[in-house]
Write a protein that binds this ligand. Structure first.
Ligand SMILES: O=C(O)CCC(=O)C(=O)O
Ligand SMILES: [Fe+2]
Length: 401
């Protein structure tokens, strides 16, 4: 495992809560984590503990985060960046075709890319700082929305979860409850109540209007809120994923680790006429994504979905899907997708990128290689040190959960 310079960073600000076990030490194998986990009502299987560890192992990131999938907004292009020469060689033509014609244009793009690489290198440190300030100084308007309660969830969603956790649940039975879109394994389901969505968006607007420090949700969305920085991970998103979503994804996406989605990155994206209007085509750093429409009032802004990133076709077939308030879409993270421009109003959507360490430890979905692991904070990018030498093995571990 590559030891990266992020750990000194983290230690310096005094927030490091763990030490990585020395490579190859028995500690990696430790699964004796106190399981205050969710227990499946019928099979009594226990799910991994809430928190930022997976079976006793800290979450990690892949080093490709600092060089791959860098989005050059002005040309709508994702690039891999090592140095200027490599950029000219690998992307000179694609950039020219997109309007980057002069040396001056190229210089501007290069500076944009370098700024993004530097932003990524500073990201953990900045995010930890923001989170600490928000937790100390931000005055919540609707404190109740920070802790998931069953009353926030649509009764139809609870029926679906009940079905999925019943002893004889199977995929075809579940599909009767969901709206399916083509063969792309995209499904619509009710998630929240309208009242919850309104209170949640009102809270997010209150935060947005405050003078608290704010990070960008991801490399492509400029507006919205990172929910871990707001303090919603442990009390809201983790129980939502573990107790409610995972029984559903276990049936829908068993091949993607749907039964063992053990971490996430959750954020809210916001589109309005004077901010972001749309979202370019991309795939998510996730095995499975949940996208819930929270409101407010808007027109247009549909999502579109193409092929899987690993199966590009010469003429990709896109389907367009409308947002339905308080309802969510589940899709594979690797499914190429984007959002069309809104024509009026404001659109807020909750996005949960759910990750399975058992799957991504084999292949990083962002660089398509065996991940080069680097230390990270919180859930990192959902990787863990490989258990391939462990007697449990990753597949067994997955089915244990
Ligand atoms: O705009 C949306 O609703 C989709 C956002 C999205 O795909 C993402 O942030 O990964
Ligand atoms: Fe996405």
């Amino acid at each position: 495992m590559v030891k990266f310079y992020l750990l000194p960073f983290i230690r310096r600000v005094g927030i490091c809560r763990r030490a990585l076990p020395p490579a190859g030490s028995g500690a990696v194998r430790c699964t004796a984590e106190p399981f205050d986990a969710w227990t499946h009502p019928w099979c009594r299987r226990r799910f991994p503990p809430v928190g930022n560890m997976s079976a006793g192992r800290p979450f990690l990131a892949c080093a490709c985060f600092f060089s791959d999938n860098i989005f050059v907004g002005r040309y709508g292009l994702h690039v891999r960046y090592r140095d200027e020469r490599q950029l000219r060689r690998d992307y000179g033509r694609a950039l020219r075709e997109r309007g980057c014609r002069s040396e001056e244009d190229f210089g501007v793009a290069l500076r944009e890319i370098e700024a993004e690489v530097n932003r990524r290198k500073e990201l953990i440190y900045q995010s930890v700082k923001r989170k600490a300030i928000i937790s100390k100084c931000y005055k919540r308007k609707h404190p109740q929305v920070y802790t998931l309660q069953e009353s926030f969830l649509s009764p139809d969603f609870l029926d679906i979860v009940r079905y999925c956790t019943s002893p004889d649940a199977h995929l075809h039975g579940l599909l009767r409850y969901l709206e399916s879109f083509s063969e792309k394994r995209i499904y619509r389901l009710p998630v929240f109540t309208e009242e919850f969505c309104q209170a949640f968006v009102d809270e997010l607007e209150n935060f947005e209007q405050s003078d608290m420090p704010k990070g960008r949700p991801n490399t492509m969305n400029n507006y919205g809120v990172l929910l871990n920085e707001l303090g919603m991970d442990e009390t809201f998103i983790t129980p939502l994923r573990e107790k409610y979503l995972r029984p559903i994804t276990a049936l829908l996406y068993p091949d993607l680790g749907g039964a063992c989605l053990d971490s996430h990155k959750a954020f809210v994206v916001k589109y309005s006429l004077h901010e972001d209007l749309d979202l370019s085509s991309h795939y998510d750093n996730a095995e499975v994504t949940l996208n819930v429409s929270l409101g407010k009032d808007f027109t247009e802004g549909n999502l579109y979905f193409g092929e899987l990133s690993q199966d590009p076709t010469p003429v990709p077939k896109y389907i367009e899907i409308e947002h339905v308030g308080a309802q969510g879409l589940l899709h594979r993270g690797g499914q190429i997708h984007g959002a069309l421009p809104i024509a009026s109003g404001e659109r807020w959507n909750l996005i949960v990128w759910m990750r399975s360490s058992a799957i991504r430890n084999q292949l990083c979905p962002m660089c398509n290689k065996k991940p080069e692991l680097v230390e990270a904070e919180g859930f990192g990018d959902g990787f863990t040190e490989d258990l391939k030498d462990n007697v449990l093995g990753t597949v067994d571990l997955c089915s244990l959960w």
